[in-house]
Design a protein around this ligand. Structure first.
Ligand code: SF4
Length: 140
C-alpha cells in the first residue's frame, strides 16, 4: 500500500527524476514504479512514502500549514474532477486516477491550485506543456 499525501497526486504526474536530493529522487522513482505497477494507494495526512527520504522530517516544510493546505486544495479539486470524495483514509488505484483526464486537468490548470507558490511550478508547467513525455508515471 502506497501512502500518499494529497498534493503528491499532482507531483507524481510530472516527476521526471528531479527532486530535492539524490535520495529524494531515488525514493520518488521507487514510488512511481509502484504506481506504475498499480499498487493501491491510501491518502495520508502529512509526510508520505515520497517524503520518507527527508532526513529531518520534523524540521522540514512537510508539516507546514502552507504545505498541508496544498493537500487540501489538491484533494478538493481531484474530488471534483473524479466525482469521488477523496480525503485522508481514502484508497484508490493508480490506474483509476492517473489517466488522460487527470493529465488534461493538470495541463489546463483545473487541478493546480495546490501548485500556487511551489518552487517547481515552472518546471511542472513545462513538462505538462511538452505533453508529459519526460514524466516517469504511466498514464492510461
Ligand atoms: S508545481 Fe509543485 S505542487 Fe504542483 S505538481 Fe509541481 S511539484 Fe507538485
Amino acid at each position: 500500500m502506497i501512502e500518499i499525501r494529497g498534493h503528491h497526486l499532482l507531483c507524481a504526474v510530472t516527476f521526471t527524476g528531479r527532486g530535492y536530493s539524490r535520495r529524494f529522487e531515488r525514493d520518488f522513482r521507487r514510488v512511481v514504479a509502484r504506481m506504475n505497477d498499480n499498487e493501491e494507494m491510501v491518502i495520508v495526512a502529512g509526510p508520505d512514502a515520497i517524503c520518507a527520504s527527508v532526513k529531518d522530517c520534523a524540521g522540514s516544510h512537510c508539516h507546514e500549514e502552507r504545505i498541508v493546505a496544498r493537500d487540501r486544495a489538491a484533494l478538493a479539486e481531484i474530488s471534483a474532477l473524479t466525482g469521488r470524495v477523496l480525503d485522508v483514509g481514502s484508497r484508490l488505484m493508480p490506474h483509476d486516477l492517473f489517466n488522460a483526464r487527470h493529465r488534461k486537468a493538470f495541463d489546463d490548470g483545473t487541478i493546480r491550485a495546490a501548485c500556487t507558490d511551489c518552487q517547481w511550478a515552472d518546471l511542472c508547467d513545462r513538462i505538462a506543456e511538452d505533453g508529459f513525455h519526460a514524466a516517469l508515471l504511466d498514464t492510461r
